[in-house]
Design a protein around this ligand. Sequence first.
Ligand SMILES: Cc1cc2nc3c(=O)[nH]c(=O)nc-3n(C[C@H](O)[C@H](O)[C@H](O)COP(=O)(O)O)c2cc1C
Length: 211
Amino acid sequence: MNLETNRTNYQRDELNESSIGDDPIVVLRAWLDIAAAQAVPEPNAMCLSTVGADGQPSSRIVLLRGLDDRGLRFFTSYGSRKGRDIAHNKHVAVTFYWNALERQVRVEGVASLLTEAESDAYFASRPRGHQLGAWASEQSESIEERAMLQERKQHFNERFEGEEVPRPHSWGGYCIEPDRIEFWQGRPDRLHDRLVFSRDADAWHRERLQP
Ligand SMILES: Cc1cc2nc3c(=O)[nH]c(=O)nc-3n(C[C@H](O)[C@H](O)[C@H](O)COP(=O)(O)O)c2cc1C
């Protein structure tokens, strides 16, 4: 592809103060529902950015598994790079991008561990193969060859044969309590709409940013 000439003139929709309302969680939920209704693949995929103890930011995709007034929930391995980063620095950022809708959402906030009961409940809802995968993989650690992962999965399959697979203590969820949420809608001639909500004590304050 030609990186210099490839461009889109966004013109699908617009973002108005009058219609967006006062609650960014309600808006994010509506945008997710619209993305799903329009058959966007994995609309709940989001880019999660963390910062390590050495100040190095890093980003990766995770799946949003819950959204309410407390915040955004996702699940992972606590010993992974992201888990280690969050243990050191609880400030994280999340980005959604739905190309078909010409929309982006940026969230900034503070991550905290879900309760053991919440992580247990979600883990129990996962397919058995995924549960065994969580036991088999020490996420973000190096491994010599893929075959070792399959062997480990088989080992845990036998260990938990005939019983429910329990949640490994090293695996569970986080809730990101947002303090800033920005909604972006692509507009013609790069004059995009940007409405940002910032948490001010217990209320959300809204302003428009230049594109
Ligand atoms: C579409 C998609 C969804 C993913 N969902 C998750 C997820 O929910 N949890 C997770 O731990 N990793 C998920 N991953 C893998 C992560 O992007 C990443 O490779 C992994 O978590 C290790 O990241 P880390 O070493 O920075 O901790 C997903 C990847 C993709 C492409």
